[in-house]
Structures are given as C-alpha cells and as structure tokens.
Design a protein around this ligand. Structure first.
Ligand SMILES: *Cc1c(COP(=O)(O)O)cnc(C)c1O
Length: 380
C-alpha cells in the first residue's frame, strides 16, 4: 500500500514570496495601497483587461462593496445560486435585500438561467453570476436577461482568475466582478481578494467605499486639498505583505494554469472509459470558454455511489471531497423561510458530486493512482 496521503489541496507557492516580502521592509510601507498593492493591481488590470482593480482583504469584502455600490436595500431582490460558497449570499443579505435562490444547472453546476428568468420581477435589482470551478456561468442567457430587465450582474469570480468567456476574463464581463486569493484558490496570498470595476459609473464611489468611506484617493491624486467622510465604507485594503506575496504568485499565473490543465486533462483521459461505461459524468468546459482548472469532479449516478466512492478513496489515502451544502437548506437558509424542497436538483446534485485532488504539487503518479483506485472501485 502507498503510505503517502494524496491531499485534496495544497496551497500554491511560486518560490518568490519571501524575497518580495523582504522588499516590503525596504519600502517601509506596510498598511496597504503601497507599491506592491499598486503593482499587483496593475498586473491584474493588464492581464485581465479590467478597467480598474482594487485589492481587498477577501472576496467576501469585495462582494460586500458591490452590495453598497448597487445601493441594495430592503424591498430589493437579489437572484443567486444556492449551490455556492456562503459569501455569495451573506455579502448581500447584510444589505437588507431579499435573497432569491435559484436552481442549479446539473450540466455545469452553475446557476440555471431558466430559473433566473422565472424569478425575475420588478423588485429584482441584481443577479449574482458565480462561476463554478473556474468555468463561466451561462452568461449567454444571463447577460440577455439582465439587459432586458435592466438588472445589474455581479460576477462572483472567486474561483475564476485566468478563466475566460468569449475571450474575456471572468470578473470583467459584468460591471462588477470579485476575485478571491484565499489559499484554497489557484493563486493566493493566504487571505485576499480583488474588486474589478468594469464600468466607469462605479469608479469614484468604489474607491470611497474601499477607503473607509473617505475621498482620500482624490487628495492623493491632487483633486482635493483635504479628505473627509463622503460615503458608507469600511476598511477593505489588503496589507502590503499580502500584496507582495500575491504579486510573487501572480507572476507565475500562466505556469500555474498550465500545470493544472495537465492534471485536469490527465484525469479526463484516464477516467474516460469509466465515463463511457456510464459509471459517472465528468466536467465539460463548454463552448466559448477557457477554464483555469480550479476543480476536477465526478457526478456520480447516485447519492449512494458518491458516499461509497468517497469512503473507498479516503480509506486508500486519497482525500476526495464533497463540496457545498446548499445554502437554501442550510440552517441559515431555513431560518430565512426556505425549504429543502424548494430546489430539488440543487439538493440532489450537491449529494452526487465528488471532487478529486487538484493542486500544483500533484504528480502524474498521484493522478494515476487516484484514477486506478477509482477504477478498482467500479470493478470490485
Ligand atoms: C472562495 C469563495 C468565496 C470567498 O472568498 P474569500 O476570499 O475567502 O472571502 C466567495 N465565493 C466563492 C464562489 C468562493 O469560491
């Protein structure tokens, strides 16, 4: 038996993080919005073709800023997936708006556009497009619906750095997009995030909100002599230490994606026979999309299969994992008056998905071992 445990995830390291952090001491600026923050923002702006980028201490924070920018409040409705991370919901719940959870599209595990169409109404103010596993949500339909109903799209591109839809980077397609640099993401700085502002209309207010509600940015640019309180805001910076760490990683983004692509494609080819036999379904990237290979998963044929396969792999030192507990049927969802039966497909597919290890330290040997064990499970 192989003694080594194949971990589900390991944080990426480019190797340059420590030397960049040393430079923070030379700069003598520690709080944020300093040289490293500016370089990391510039990198993202150029690399993703975003109009403006503000680094934040988390994606959750960036999502909260979008809630303030959209002036969401009581009486408004926000459409969002139930199959997502908590932050997609909680950032908007605190605005006082009503959360309207939508059904899953089982082919992509993204939000179902038909359900969005059903639930859109006069009170709908925003649609949250979360791009699951680094593959774009159904933006073909969602952008059309948002246009017809004059509703704002906010992209939760926490998992989407470097992925594309129609040759555009995820997070830059809607007026507002959010990225995460949490250590479980492809590129990280421990904790961190970014707000991508793709519509001029939001530029100045975004900066005020980010600057604790002040127009300090205007002063730095020489547009005003002193600064004061002008907006609702909070303390949203990323520290210079984190920005230095982040830049050290961003400069290896293409290499990082290449490694992940290789692992993803190896899984795909090694597991294709089992898929053709109908044992499970593998993820597909879809038309006009580029993935960043954030996750690799199987959709098992039944809840029972998923349970048994996960245990089988875990017993063999392979950390296979489930993913989200749907938000609408979580404790908080139920307290908002929602019921498990409201979104039956979400309930079912949340229990049929199984994620396999995918990180940059995974060797070909590791991937082959995972595939062999998966194969032996179905051939027992
Ligand atoms: C990771 C993640 C977040 C939260 O990111 P933080 O940077 O940890 O706040 C939000 N939404 C989705 C879809 C995520 O995967």
């Amino acid at each position: 038996m192989n003694e080594k445990k194949i971990l589900f995830n390991e944080p990426f390291l480019s190797g340059k993080e420590k030397s960049y952090i040393d430079e923070v001491f030379d700069n003598n600026i520690f709080d944020g919005n300093g040289p490293f923050s500016k370089r990391a923002q510039q990198f993202l702006k150029e690399h993703l073709s975003s109009a403006r980028v503000l680094l934040t201490h988390s994606c959750t924070a960036a999502l909260e800023i979008t809630g303030l920018l959209a002036r969401l409040g009581p009486g408004d409705e926000v459409l969002l997936p139930s199959y997502t991370f908590v932050s997609t919901a909680t950032a908007f719940l605190r605005t006082g708006a009503k959360l309207v959870f939508c059904e899953i599209d089982p082919n992509t595990m993204n939000i179902d556009a038909e359900d969005i169409a059903q639930k859109l109404n006069k009170r709908t103010k925003a649609i949250i497009a979360m791009h699951y596993a680094g593959i774009a949500a159904n933006l073909e339909e969602i952008t059309a619906l948002a246009r017809d109903h004059n509703v704002l799209i906010i992209e939760d591109a926490a998992q989407g750095l470097g992925a594309e839809w129609n040759n555009k980077s995820l997070g830059t397609i809607a007026p507002l997009g959010c990225l995460s640099f949490h250590q479980t993401k492809n590129i990280h700085c421990g904790l961190g995030g970014a707000l991508l502002i793709n519509n001029e209309e939001f530029f100045s207010r975004a900066e005020y909100i980010w600057e604790r509600g002040t127009n300090r940015g205007d002063m730095t640019k020489g547009l005003s002599k002193k600064y004061s309180w002008v907006e609702m805001g909070s303390s949203y910076y990323l520290t210079e230490f984190q920005a230095a760490f982040l830049l050290a990683q961003l400069e290896s983004l293409d290499e990082n994606t290449k490694t992940r692509k290789h692992i993803f494609e190896l899984y795909q080819s090694e597991l294709s026979i089992l898929e053709r036999e109908g044992r499970f379904r593998l993820p597909t990237i879809g038309e006009n999309r580029k993935s960043n290979y954030h996750c690799f998963y199987l959709i098992c044929n039944s809840i029972d299969d998923r349970e048994k396969l996960i245990n089988y792999l875990n017993e063999r030192n392979i950390q296979a994992q489930i993913h989200y507990v749907p938000l609408h049927s979580s404790k908080m969802g139920v307290s908002l008056g929602l019921d498990k039966d409201d979104l039956p497909l979400t309930e079912e597919y949340a229990q049929r998905i199984l994620r396999l290890p995918l990180h940059n330290n995974l060797s070909e040997e590791d991937v082959l071992k995972v595939c062999e064990e998966t194969n032996s499970f179905f051939r027992r």
